[in-house]
Every structure is written in C-alpha cells, then in structure tokens.
Design a protein around this ligand. Sequence first.
Ligand code: ZN
Length: 264
Amino acid sequence: MPTKKVAVKKSTPAKTPLKKVVAKKITPATKVAKATKADEGLPLSTLIRRRIKAQNARFHANDNIAAFIKPGELEGLMDEVAEKMQAVLESLVIDTESDHNTKNTSRRVAKMYVQEVFNGRYVEQPALTKFPNVSRLNELMIIGPITVRSACSHHLCPIMGRIWIGVLPSKNSALIGLSKYSRLTEWVMCRPQIQEEAVVELADMLEKKIKPVGVAVVMDADHFCMQWRGVKDRDSKMINSVMRGAFLKDSNLRREFLALIERK
Ligand SMILES: [Zn+2]
C-alpha cells in the first residue's frame, strides 16, 4: 500500500525539470516510506511477525516482542500504524483534511500506542540493579500504591488503577531498589492487558527476580470498558490479588499485608 504522502510529493514537481524531481526524491517523506517497507516491499510488521514465528514465540497483546525488533525499526512501525490509523479514520467517515482537530490524529494515536501506552510490548525490560540481602531482612515489605495505566485487550479502553506489592524476603533473596518495582509494573502494564493475567505476570516476574519466601500482588482498577461503553457503570471496579508462597500458607501474614495496604 503506497502512502498517499509519497504520491502527492511525486506529482507536485511534475512540471519542474527532471533534475529537480530527482532531488525531490530524497525528502524525509520518501525516507519514511522506505523505512516502513523494508525488504521485498513488505510492511515492517510482516517482517517482525516472521521473525517471531521463526522462533515459535508468542505475540499476544500482553507479550513483549522487543527481542524481535531491530534498532531504529520502532520509528518505521509507528509510520505503518499511522498509515493504517488514517485508513480507520477514513472508514469512520471523518474529514481529516478539513477538520483541523483530526488532521494529525492518525500520527498522534500511532505515537501514543507505540511510544507510550503500549510501549511495554516494544522495549526491553528495564534494567534491575539487584543487591544481596546483607542485613538478612526477613520482614514483610510493602510497596505501593503504584499507579497503573493500562488498556484492556478486548476494546483497547483504558484501565486506570493501583497496585500494591508485598514481599517477604529470605536471607538469600536478591533485593531490588524501591523505584524498580514501579518501573517493572509499568513495563508489564503498558500493554493491552487483562487484569487477571497482568497481576499473575507481575507476581511471576517478582518471584523469578527476587526469589522471596512469599510475594503478594493486589490490583484495583477502573475499567473504562465498563464506564465509557457497555454497561456504563461508573462505579464498578475490579480487584485482583495473587498470593504466593508464605502469603498463601500463612493467613496471619496475609491478613497483615491486607490490613496494611488499607485500600480506599
Ligand atoms: Zn474491554
């Protein structure tokens, strides 16, 4: 699918001498088109999908696919999303040429998806500085509330909420800095998600990284697909909790954690 932009650029200097047309070919718009359609004129998303399939890897909405994206390709992917987003606006019969509000909407949405709200799919896991538990801490540690901004994978509607993480470290646990819990949470949540799966994924990751005696994750969130659309129930929330290890076996520890987070 050749971009409209390119077609316009090429037709504009038609009356000018040939030399000028050649010079015009090296405009940023032409470069963008080349970056989007790399090998064999295929869209970049097709190439990335091929690499993923060659490794038999999964690429669901909440999977991270950073390992299959080469440096510099995210820009091209954004161009491709913008082009297809423009087609969606056209199909919605929105006059993006005369309506100044929607003129650059396709590009803004593409940028928002790739660089912001779904960025956790495309970038590598944030680096975690781990340090040994030298003081041999074995007391309950609670981090939160961590702000969660996500979107449901069914409608791509926002999910806004909070997360609390409880960790019971062992003498052999590797500890991570407090800010890293937020970074890791953001990385998991900045993908189209299902809350039930998101909390499990976060708990799995923390167990693997920290190797604690127990880990607990509680998330409560507003789902805009219940408020903006569907039943239009403004007050409904979803609360999920995952309890692992000591939090599962020791009801006192679980109670202590839940009492301390005091969600409101
Ligand atoms: Zn939804």
